[in-house]
Design a protein around this ligand. Structure first.
Ligand SMILES: [Zn+2]
Length: 294
C-alpha cells in the first residue's frame, strides 16, 4: 500500500479514501506531530510569531499570511525527467494510468512511498539517465531570499518494504536506502524531499544538519543481478518525492507532464541538470497532490 497520507494538513479535510485506507498510519503521524508540538512548546509559538512578523515586513509571497515560506527545490541529479514508458506492449503513462502507479514514472501518477517514513510524497517521479557515479545532491533555496532556510536529514530508511523473514542487509540489497531531508525556517518545518534508491555518503544520518545547496547525500543504488528485488527496483534511477507541510508540493510544469493523445506517446526525454527547478514546498501553489506548479 503506497498511499498513506498524513492525517491532517492543518485545515485539510480527512477524505473517505483516507478513512478507508490510511487511518492506522495517519494516527501514527498525528501522534508524532503531537509529540513534536509538545517538545517544541513555546519556542515554536515564538518562532511562528516571528515568522508572521517577518512576512508582514518583507511582504507575503503567497495568498495567506498563514502560509509557510516557499522553498524552491532543484533537481538532485544530472539526468532526465521520466518518459512516457512502454512496457510489455503497454504505454504505461497513457490516459488510463492512475495513481498510485508503479509503472508510470511521471508525477501525475507515480506511486509514493511510506516504508519506514510516515509521510508519502505530494508527488513522486523517477529521475532517470543516472549512473552509480552520478552525485545525488540537495538543492533548496528560499523563494524570498530575505528568509533563511535550513536543511536537516530527518530520516534514513529503506527503499523497499520489508519482506517476511529477510535481514536488514537483504532488504537493502533489493533497493538501497531512502534519505528524507526536511527544510526549515528557524524551528518551523516547511516540508521534505525524499531521495530514494541511493547509497548515502558518510555523514548522512538522521538528525544531521546539512547544507541546503549543492550537498551530495549519496549515489544511485545498483542492484546485483543475482538479487531479486521483488518489484522494488527495476533499473538505476532516483525515486524523488516532495511533501509540503501545509497545502501541497507542486512540480515543474515545464517538463513532460503526461500524455494526452496517442500522437503524444513518443517524445524525447526532458534533460534535467543539477539544481534545475523541479518544484516548490511551502507557499500555496497546489490544493491537491500531484499538481503542476502554476
Ligand atoms: Zn519511483
Amino acid at each position: 500500500m503506497y498511499n498513506l497520507r498524513p492525517y491532517v494538513k492543518f485545515g485539510r479535510i480527512l477524505t473517505i479514501w483516507d478513512l478507508a485506507y490510511g487511518v492506522c498510519d495517519h494516527q501514527r503521524v498525528a501522534n508524532r506531530r503531537g509529540a513534536e508540538m509538545r517538545r517544541g512548546g513555546i519556542s515554536a509559538l515564538v518562532g511562528l510569531l516571528a515568522l508572521l512578523a517577518s512576512q508582514l515586513v518583507v511582504g507575503v509571497q503567497s495568498a495567506s499570511a498563514n502560509d509557510l515560506p516557499a522553498v524552491w527545490i532543484g533537481s538532485p541529479v544530472n539526468g532526465h525527467w521520466p518518459t512516457n514508458e512502454y512496457h510489455s506492449g503497454t504505454w504505461d503513462c497513457y490516459l488510463s494510468t492512475t495513481y498510485p502507479s508503479d509503472k508510470c514514472s511521471l508525477p501525475y501518477a507515480h506511486h509514493s512511498f511510506s516504508y519506514g517514513d510516515p509521510y508519502v510524497g505530494d508527488w513522486a517521479a523517477d529521475l532517470q539517465g543516472v549512473t552509480t557515479s552520478t552525485p545525488v545532491k540537495v538543492f533548496a533555496a528560499p523563494q524570498n531570499t530575505a528568509l533563511t532556510i535550513t536543511a536537516k536529514v530527518v530520516n534514513v530508511t529503506y527503499a523497499c518494504a520489508a519482506r517476511s523473514g529477510e535481514t536488514s542487509a537483504q532488504r537493502l540489497a533489493r533497493g538501497g536506502r531512502a534519505v528524507v531531508v526536511g527544510f526549515y525556517n528557524g524551528s518551523t518545518k516547511i516540508g521534505t524531499a525524499k531521495y530514494v534508491h541511493i547509497n548515502p555518503v558518510s555523514g548522512i544520518t538522521t538528525g544531521a544538519t546539512i547544507s541546503r545547496w549543492n550537498k551530495t547525500i549519496g549515489y544511485p543504488f545498483l542492484k546485483s543481478s543475482t538479487v531479486n528485488s521483488y518489484g522494488c527496483w527495476s533499473g538505476i534511477h532516483v525515486h524523488f518525492e516532495m511533501t509540503s507541510w501545509l497545502h501541497y508540493a507542486c512540480y515543474n510544469k515545464g517538463y513532460y507532464p503526461r500524455p494526452t493523445s496517442s500522437s503524444d506517446l513518443t517524445h524525447s526525454p526532458s534533460t534535467i541538470h543539477e539544481s534545475n527547478f523541479v518544484g516548490f514546498i511551502g507557499g500555496n501553489y497546489a490544493s491537491a497532490p500531484r499538481k503542476m506548479c502554476p
